[in-house]
Design a protein around this ligand. Structure first.
Ligand code: NI
Length: 253
């Protein structure tokens, strides 16, 4: 029924209950999960989970928040090698994050370009993280018209969404779509074609209403899916089927 296209089950926050949570997901209607890596260790951990669970797939890459201390000259070759694994379906989580630390934006942009070029080389889609970096993210996405992928947890304007959609991107919607004061996200969803919407939890983060304050997991996709179905004027069942189909198309599952 549901496809969670972005959940970090390799996170240490799942150390106490990882297997219990993952084992429960098929019973909660979760048919597919993509776990994106954030550096070498978490990319390897995501692959290990994909080997252990049929319904889990991995993405490999360096997250902008994690590269300041861990990126090195051989890092791109590591990603290229890990991406050969049969359950690796994307390059990610990659992107720009100017929220936490703006002291190394040049390095962030350089590493993003390298990973986007690798995605083109390997013909893999990407999972793109853009936090408080909308202008640079859009500009760099435009430099790589051959890249396919999803703007994960989209937080830009309807105008930015329009430009990304025209370039062929998918948009990922997470817990914030269930929060109050989500007028901008609602406007984005109104212009987003049905075949470009993906639903994501970003577990263990971004828990949707009405469960804010608890640790997130893919079983909570139902709340995100329901809210989007309401905005788009379709049944939750139809919305779940369409977003699952979208995920399978983008990640070729
Ligand atoms: Ni993430």
């Amino acid at each position: 029924m549901y496809f969670d296209t972005h959940a970090h089950y390799d996170s240490h926050k799942f150390d106490d209950d990882r297997d219990a949570v993952l084992s429960s997901l098929p019973g909660l209607g979760v048919d597919f999960v993509v776990d994106p890596g954030c550096d070498e260790a978490s990319s390897r951990a995501a692959i290990a989970l994909a080997e252990q669970y049929d319904f889990v797939y991995a993405a490999v890459g360096w997250h902008p928040q994690d590269l300041k201390d861990s990126w090195h000259d051989g890092a791109l070759a590591v990603i290229r090698e890990l991406a050969k694994h049969p359950k690796v379906v994307a390059i990610g989580e990659i992107g720009l994050d100017y929220y936490w630390d703006r002291t190394y934006t040049d390095l962030q942009k350089e590493v993003l370009r390298l990973q986007l070029a690798l995605a083109v080389e390997l013909d893999l889609p990407v999972s793109f993280h853009d936090r408080e970096a909308h202008g640079d993210s859009l500009a760099i996405a435009k430099e790589f018209p051959a890249v396919r992928g999803v703007f994960h947890c989209f937080s830009g304007s309807p105008e930015m969404a329009r430009q990304l959609l025209d370039l062929g991107w998918y948009l990922g919607f997470d817990g914030p779509v269930t929060f109050k004061n989500n007028r901008k996200l609602r406007e984005v969803l109104e212009i987003c074609p049905m075949d470009r919407i993906l639903i994501e939890t970003d577990s263990p983060y971004l828990t949707p209403e009405p469960l804010r304050g608890t640790q997130n997991h893919s079983g909570n996709l139902q709340y995100i899916n329901e809210r989007i179905a309401e905005i788009k004027g379709v049944s939750p069942e139809e919305m779940a089927a369409i977003t699952t189909e979208n995920g399978r198309r983008l990640f070729r599952i």
